[in-house]
Design a protein around this ligand. Structure first.
Ligand SMILES: Nc1ncnc2c1ncn2[C@@H]1O[C@H](COP(=O)(O)OP(=O)(O)OP(=O)(O)O)[C@@H](O)[C@H]1O
Ligand SMILES: [Mg+2]
Length: 383
């Protein structure tokens, strides 16, 4: 297979991670299908891959939760190793999670044998995923949709993680300060300036991502996974869409915070800002908001958005293709839609990892994928 320019996993190794004692998998660059019974360890495996991206991975789990529980005993350390074929060379990655010290554990990274950081890793490889837990993203509240959007955004802008953390921290401090009878206005000014600065960046990243996503939607084939029209609701996002600059949006956010002090103090939280924004998704074929679509339509929209984002990432000149993790995405699709999904994945440059309970679900993929049977924390390559 011609690998020039592509990025994909060539090797994956795990040690005392979830239900895996020790695992080593060799991959040849094709898509990867994992099949096996419930509880076999399929999701755990792609959760391990998601550790290569910023944040907590596809189950939002803490480091201690991912350590293998043995004989009823909570686990201690875990490690993963990966060889990433990066366009023209092999990069070797290692993540070690150690539970010594603080209860939350500590993670250290190596790239090509030298100590590195999550930031450097996120510059190296972009990862997007779809899990059954995301099925309710349209029907649920704005929080879920924002999380979904921010996950897509992170793949485009790894600095999104840093801005989000700084924003949350400043917001917590402001909320605490507003609980006081006479909060120091100078201190509040400083915190609000930080909120506005990071908030503007967060909104900017989102607006850029949605615009890239929408452009990619237009390049996808019509049919199995309907196109969506996307929008963003939120003061800062809307201001960017109207052509305002970063400094103008920052000023806008800062004014809104300053004016909202009394209201926020009464509410006990910050009521304006990009932590309240929402992603609007319209099912184009019917013009109906995604929240009102049928379960099957929502799932198809979601798959379409993930496929669009994979295309959007590939379209960026400075980026290579992402890795695409699709947990249980095929089980509920009819055979035509499954075939369409395999075709769309094959039209991408990247490597997709798919899970399902039976091999027959992947029949239409043929030799465009590699197959592995997962059973009791072991993985066996199949012909
Ligand atoms: N920290 C851990 N230590 C040991 N085992 C764990 C740990 N966390 C989860 N498990 C076990 O891993 C097993 C496999 O989980 P996983 O979610 O990967 O299964 P799956 O193959 O995706 O199944 P399904 O088809 O039901 O989604 C479960 O039985 C679970 O109890
Ligand atoms: Mg699973």
């Amino acid at each position: 297979m011609d690998g020039a320019g592509r990025i994909y996993l060539k090797r994956l190794a795990l040690s005392t991670f979830r239900n895996y004692s020790a695992l080593s998998m060799a991959l040849d660059g094709r898509h990867v299908c994992l099949y096996g019974a419930n509880g076999a360890g399929k999701t755990n495996l792609i959760e391990a891959i998601s550790q290569l991206s910023p944040g907590r991975g596809l189950r939002s789990a803490g480091l201690p939760d991912m350590a293998k529980v043995e004989a009823g005993q909570a686990g201690s350390n875990w490690a993963m190793g990966a060889t990433l074929f990066d366009g023209d060379m092999d990069r070797s990655i290692r993540i070690d999670a150690s539970m010594e010290g603080s209860g939350r554990g500590k993670r250290s990274m190596q790239i090509d044998g030298a100590g590195s950081t999550a930031g450097a890793l996120s510059e190296l490889v972009r990862i997007i995923w779809l899990t059954p837990a995301m099925d309710r993203v349209f029907a649920g509240g704005a929080t879920e949709r924002r999380k979904f959007l921010d996950r897509q955004t992170l793949a485009h802008f790894p600095n999104h993680a840093r801005h989000s953390t700084a924003y949350e921290k400043a917001m917590r401090e402001r909320n605490l300060l507003l609980e006081r009878d006479f909060p120091d206005p100078v201190w509040l000014d400083g915190l609000e300036a930080r909120l506005a600065e990071h908030g503007a960046q967060i909104a900017f990243n989102r607006v850029q991502t949605v615009s890239r996503l929408q452009a990619a939607v237009e390049t996808r084939p019509d049919g199995a996974f309907p196109k969506a029209d996307l929008g963003l609701e939120g003061l800062a996002e809307e201001a960017f869409s109207e052509g305002k600059s970063v400094s103008e949006v920052e000023a806008l956010l800062k004014d809104a915070l300053s004016e909202g002090r009394r209201r926020d103090a009464r509410a006990g939280r910050t009521l304006s800002g990009p932590h309240r924004s929402d992603l609007v998704v319209i099912h184009r074929p019917t013009g109906v908001p995604a929240a009102l679509c049928s379960t099957g339509q929502q799932k198809a929209l979601l798959i379409g958005l993930i496929l669009s984002n994979a295309r959007a990432l590939e379209a960026e000149e400075h980026l290579r293709n992402p890795l695409v993790l699709l947990d249980e995405a095929v089980a509920h699709l009819d055979p035509d839609r499954r075939a369409a999904l395999f075709d769309e994945l094959s039209a991408l440059n990247g490597q997709a990892w798919l899970t399902g309970t039976e091999r027959s679900l992947f029949e239409g993929f043929g030799d465009r994928a590699q197959y592995f049977e997962v059973s009791g924390g072991e993985v066996i390559a199949q012909d």
